[in-house]
Design a protein around this ligand. Structure first.
Ligand SMILES: NC(=O)c1ccc[n+]([C@@H]2O[C@H](COP(=O)([O-])OP(=O)(O)OC[C@H]3O[C@@H](n4cnc5c(N)ncnc54)[C@H](OP(=O)(O)O)[C@@H]3O)[C@@H](O)[C@H]2O)c1
Length: 254
């Protein structure tokens, strides 16, 4: 177990009030980390933190809301975590947005910018706020939740796919910059996972059937099926891995 243990670590996970982020927070807490639950809504964060504390013991989880669109709120997330828990060892940039569905010809500049701001620049801000203390300790693991959308094109979520491809490159670039300080940064690229975010893609039986037909495992994924990879990437088991991405998609991209 020690190879995958996060005992004594502090992990901040954005977008952890539901979906993939919540599953990652629950599994990181199970692996021994103290976890910080964050999203825009305080009550939702409080509820997830309380549920984790009731299973893992008081002090296992803390709620600190932050909107990833706000540099000030992201700075507060880092400062408040450090003030209350002493450090950040693991950062998971999971929250993202996709306010547009349709061809690139129809997207407004405002929508395109919002996608790039929330899915790329916000990760850059949050990492910039967190990395200095990791560099100082010469120890840290950063995980960005990208998407298989970053590996291929789409006729309807092009801007989102562009942002997720940028995340893969952000990880590669920062791996070069932070590697000498033993701070690792990797991505996870999920396929279709049963969450609110992707509801439009799996709730319609026809779309779901079309998707599962071309997926070797013949189903879509569950949030918990992404969490193990995040634990792995944050743990000593991944100590020689940086700048990479793990695809978890039931085989759909092969
Ligand atoms: N589901 C999929 O099929 C799929 C596939 C590939 C990649 N992904 C990626 O996986 C990640 C998580 O998605 P999910 O499917 O788990 O989504 P989800 O179930 O809808 O959860 C999204 C989480 O992010 C929070 N959030 C949304 N906007 C935010 C903002 N502006 N600031 C801070 N928090 C915000 C939400 O809480 P609040 O509403 O309270 O803020 C919630 O906790 C995203 O990066 C997504 O691109 C998902």
């Amino acid at each position: 177990m020690s190879l995958f243990s996060l005992a004594g670590k502090v992990a901040v996970i954005t977008g952890s009030s539901r979906g993939i982020g919540k599953a990652i927070a629950e599994r990181m807490a199970e692996a021994g980390a103290k976890v910080v639950i964050s999203s825009r809504k305080r009550e939702a964060c409080d509820a997830v933190a309380a549920a984790i504390n009731s299973v893992r013991g008081e002090g296992s989880a803390l709620a600190i809301p932050a909107n990833i669109s706000s540099k000030d709120e992201l700075k507060h997330l880092v400062d408040e975590t450090t003030r209350r828990l002493g450090r950040i060892d693991v950062l998971v940039c999971n929250a993202a947005s996709n306010p547009y569905y349709g061809p690139m010809a129809g997207i407004s500049d405002e929508q395109f910018r919002k996608i790039l701001d929330n899915n790329v620049i916000a990760n850059h801000w949050l990492i910039n706020c967190t990395a200095p203390q990791m560099i100082e300790r010469k120890d840290g693991a950063i995980v960005i939740v990208s998407s298989i959308g970053g590996l291929r094109g789409s006729p309807v979520i092009g801007a989102y796919c562009i942002s997720k491809a940028a995340d893969l490159q952000l990880a590669r670039n920062l791996a070069i910059e932070y590697g000498p300080h033993n701070v690792r940064i990797n991505c996870i690229a999920p396929g279709l996972i049963r969450t609110d975010f992707a509801r439009a893609l799996w709730e319609d039986p026809e779309m779901l059937a079309k998707r599962t037909e071309t997926t070797p495992l013949r189903r879509i994924g569950e949030p918990d099926e992404i969490a193990g990879a995040a634990v792995f990437l944050a743990s000593p088991a991944a100590s020689f891995m940086t700048g990479q991405s793990i695809v978890i998609d039931g085989g759909v991209t092969i």
